[in-house]
Design a protein around this ligand. Sequence first.
Ligand SMILES: Nc1ncnc2c1ncn2[C@@H]1O[C@H](COP(=O)(O)OP(=O)(O)OP(=O)(O)O)[C@@H](O)[C@H]1O
Length: 687
Amino acid sequence: MKITDSVQYLKGVGPKKKAELARLGIARVYDVLTYFPRTYEDQSALTRIADLRPGTVATVAGTIVNLQEQTGRRGLTILTAYLNDGSGLLQVTWFNQKYLKNKLKVGRRVFVSGKPAYAYGGHGQFAMSQLRYFQILDEGEQAAGLCGILPVYAATERLNQKFFRTLVEEALEAADELPELIPARILAERKLMGRREALRAVHFPKDGEELKRARYRLAFSELYLIQCGLLLIKKQSQQTRLGIRHQPNGKLVAAVLSGLPFTLTHDQQQAWQEICRDMERTVPMRRLVQGDVGSGKTVIAMLALVKTVETGWQGAMMAPTEILAAQHYENLSAKLAPLGIRVGYLSGHLTPRERREMHEAIACHEVDIVIGTHALIQDDVHFARLGLVITDEQHRFGIAQRAALEKKGAHVPDVLVMTATPIPRTMTLTVYGDLDVSLIRELPPGRQPIRTFVRRPDRRPLIYQYVRSQIEAGRQAYVVCPLIEMNEESDLPSAEEVYDELRFGIFRGIPCGLVHGKLAPAEKERVMQDFYADKIKLLVSTTVIEVGVNVPNASIMVIEHAERFGLAQLHQLRGRIGRGSYASYCILVSEGKTENARERLRIMATVSDGFKLAEEDLRLRGPGQFFGSMQHGLPDLKIARVPEDIAILLEAHRAAEATLTSQGDLDFIRPILALQYKERFQHIMEN
Ligand SMILES: Nc1ncnc2c1ncn2[C@@H]1O[C@H](COP(=O)(O)OP(=O)(O)OP(=O)(O)O)[C@@H](O)[C@H]1O
């Protein structure tokens, strides 16, 4: 049997099982080996029933001494088993899991893991339902008694734990032909377990120590290979692709700098210097500027655009929303047109004629800077001399789209990516390993911290009274709602309803506006313009204002149903205020029904630093959801977990850096990467 053979070569796998396995992504023998245990059951970590504590998760092994089945309302089946482990009785309940009926038998031993509560009625002292984990022990195990640590797989109704354990055991026989993935030098230096040994041990560890070492080794090699891939891509693109060598800063850049109504913060200066250094080299720049909301990234983008124009090239800046693109366009053309720089605007909403004219202007170098939305990456856009590409909020675009824009010119343009979603530093390694990073952590001076409060809906009259008083004092306000329009299925008030409620109610006599994604572009633009111009005082909106909207006079924001938003999103929304010198307030209105929602809002109210929030967010939601749409091009991790394995990630990164400087290691690693990660790195490699 070979590692690449189909699973049907393994004993006990017929067509049905094969199909079932395929649904779990297991097709070849190799996939069985990398179907890592979801968790382990450690015999030594069992709790005696007599020692259970209500509310504290525990694992119990006991023999079923009694079984009862009831049918509840609407045909709900309730199975109750009483377990005895010699120290006491535990009542375990399963709802609607009919298939268990034939499996649970008096006399069988089972493992259950969950939170016990005191039992009411019945015979047990404690009761458990909604188990975290449950397993019926096999006859053999029962006789022999269990020892050591057992792997627990994500099993299905038809493929149970016993099946997986046997399957893996058999697949392990083929593991001998698996080649090592890590250069011998690194293995030795770091005293890492060999690959085969680690695979064996991760499924069937002798003890906790061995399991730890095996997991470490496997997570390490997974992260290490990805890091090698990312670093190699970066190196290759730097070696083989000739970029544009921009001139040292000249009169135009100086004019823009001296025209700023403020001086750059230390972090802005540092980022700007890093960008200049990159742009003045022949190697194409690939830099990510990460700055918290309102930290002043736009100025840096503008300077970079001017620098490319000054050297005789064109700059393109792509924004994620129409509103933001329009805002950047207004802002930049107001500042740059007086200096003779021609700024153009390209969006999907131009008339065909306008669009054609803009395409021509871009192709004939009649515009120096183009600001736009996705329209910038259409096939029919050709730049005469594209020197710099800036993508704003890159995570919304994904690596593939960024690559499309980079290919718009005959030369390799410099690339600058701006993001206001602070990503914990270590995470940038996995996601943006191919980019250099500049950080703008510091906020411009004179900003007052935004004070954030969580309030229940019954306080809305008071809240809005306060908003009104702020508006009367000259400020502007945002009210953010999760939905656009009335929805029969949802009892959430929509932006439209709230808008009507407010403008005909408490804000009568005050100019109010409504903006959301379904408005016609011209209408959206008009409303935003009026808000920028302080003609609209209260803006009711959906999350369309989330990114980048900059109205320094707006100092108060009410977020309705705040529990509907994630931390990162709330932080982005909140970042719309506190952008001037006024004291700013953000009020999160929520009933906070679940504990998780309450915790999130509590964190929002106490943490204002976007980077810290991102870490909390990561902790609460886990990396999968955290990255969500950001995950383009990022290989799935099979065993490593980020952020939990951040220490391993850093080690892997260091090892990868060392690998790139050693020809021997590189020769070793290249074919492995080509084989293992070819498809996964495809979109990045195209870059
Ligand atoms: N060094 C500075 N000193 C004072 N004000 C500054 C400074 N840099 C930028 N600003 C001002 O701060 C505000 C926010 O800047 P900017 O819009 O560039 O932030 P941003 O980082 O792009 O924010 P977001 O992530 O929300 O888009 C703007 O009004 C800008 O003029």
